[in-house]
Design a binder for this molecule. Structure first.
Ligand SMILES: O=C(O)CCC(=O)C(=O)O
Ligand SMILES: [Fe+2]
Length: 441
């Protein structure tokens, strides 16, 4: 039967998603942001060697006027010089030596969140080697009716600078959206709607960005330079502070799932992990999936937030066992869970299920020995099975997607989804067997 147009379009969208992930995915995770509910105090030096204070969001108008008066015009870097030019940047500033604040991005957990998304470890197979440190840089005020900062790339302040963080303090303003661009993609952070919360955005240092015109009020920000450090820190799961909808990947996935032609009868998307996790090591297994990094974490969270059930599983990649056909259907051997390396002379030492019809959108990247066993023939020989860690996304039939509030994908919802999947009879999990039922007769 000829494929319908919507089916074709959705296949293209799925391929695009695969390409984005394969391309190490900075186009999916170059920026992220979120919201925090708490007040912030700032104390600053005034001309007469005294100190003033403002607490936001509640403040008296006098304190805000004083802060605005005590700030100096903000310059920007051009050809290695600091330049003042209001047609390019209209804002005022306090240097970090002139003020202090009780807001700390580390203590608030923002930095851990950013580190997991923007700076996945690049140092091989161990987990959590690197961490990110924030250095307070400036306080800036962009005031209506014409505050702005035209498109620019931040000047790196040190060799290990990887990203910039902008924290918008709770204060009324209109306009002033922050646009961040990377390799043809653009993300917008518009903080003008909310005046009683802290809102933040972080993005890679090489992203072009601009602050659109502030038409009224005062857009007050703290800016931080983010550096990579080598010391390790305990891993924690992605905090609820991260607004997943700010990840560029979110839009791609949502569009795909909303397309009625995409896996209309349900299915399973297979995505091999991009980063290395030593996924057959017992310590690593305890930390997963909350220690997933970068694009892997983003995929896991984004699909889950859209109501999908996502499993992290080892998949056998040894050529003789990989991807074989049964009645024209591709079959994969999928671990029943992440397993430690099994040295066993029993054939079934490594527990797995057969999975039918997974739609793989990326290739395996890193293999670990999964099971080593002695095979007896004329002479005993050691046979090793290898596995790669993969994310398996269970996609329900289109009629069962997006029921109710998709953002609230708690355990209850997951359980409901799995049941629906069974009922739909197309893509389901039963006793941890992944299976897509045969096409309709
Ligand atoms: O305030 C913002 O959103 C960004 C400011 C900025 O680009 C900068 O300070 O370099
Ligand atoms: Fe900037």
């Amino acid at each position: 039967m000829a494929k319908s147009l919507t089916q074709q379009a959705s296949n293209e969208a799925l391929n695009l998603l695969g390409d984005i992930i394969e391309a190490e995915s900075t186009s999916a995770t170059f920026a992220c942001g979120g919201t925090l509910y708490r007040s912030v105090s700032v104390r600053w030096d005034t001309e007469d060697s005294a100190t003033s204070k403002i607490t936001l969001p509640e403040h008296d108008a006098g304190a805000l006027d004083k802060l605005i008066t005590d700030c100096a015009p903000a310059s920007f870097g051009l050809d290695g010089k600091d330049v003042l030019d209001e047609s390019y940047r209209k804002a005022s500033k306090l240097d970090n030596t002139q003020f202090s604040t009780d807001f700390c991005p580390h203590a608030s957990g923002i930095i851990d969140t950013i580190a997991q998304i923007l700076v996945p470890s690049v140092t091989g197979s161990s987990l959590g080697i690197r961490s990110v440190r924030a250095m307070l840089y400036k306080l800036n005020i962009y005031s209506g009716p014409s505050g702005k900062f035209k498109a620019h790339v931040d000047t790196p302040r040190a060799e290990h600078q990887v990203a910039s963080l902008v924290v918008c303090l709770p204060c009324h303003h209109q306009g002033g959206a922050l646009l961040v661009r990377h390799k043809g993609n653009e993300t917008c952070f518009d903080w003008s709607e909310v005046a009683d919360k802290i809102q933040w955005a972080a993005f890679y240092s090489d992203c072009e960005h601009e602050v659109m015109k502030v038409t009224s009020g005062n857009r007050i920000t703290l800016t931080y330079n983010l550096f990579v450090t080598q010391h390790s820190e305990n891993l924690r799961s992605l905090s609820s502070m991260l607004d997943l909808t700010t990840l560029p990947l979110y839009g791609h996935v949502k569009e795909l799932l909303e397309n009625p032609g995409f896996m209309s009868e349900g299915g399973i998307i297979g995505i091999y992990c991009t980063h290395v996790y030593a996924h057959t090591n017992e310590d690593a297994i305890c930390l997963l999936p909350k220690a997933l990094k970068g694009i892997d974490m983003a995929i896991h969270q984004v699909f889950q937030s859209l109501g999908m059930v996502v499993h992290l599983r080892p998949v056998i990649t040894t050529p003789s066992e990989k991807d074989y056909d049964v009645n024209d259907e591709k079959v994969n051997l999928v671990g029943t869970d992440l397993h430690p390396l099994q040295a066993s002379n029993e054939y079934d030492g490594w527990e797995y299920n057969q999975a039918y019809g997974i739609t793989w959108i990326t290739e395996p990247k890193h293999e670990e020995p999964a099971s080593a066993r002695l095979a007896y023939g004329n002479a005993a020989s050691l046979s090793v099975l290898y596995s790669s860690a993969a994310l398996l996304v269970i996609v329900p039939p289109v009629r069962d997607r997006f029921q109710g509030d998709t953002a609230a994908a708690g355990p209850e919802r997951s359980a409901k989804k799995q049941k629906l999947d069974v009922e739909a009879g197309r893509a389901y999990i039963e006793e941890e067997v992944y299976c897509i039922a045969d096409e309709e007769q």
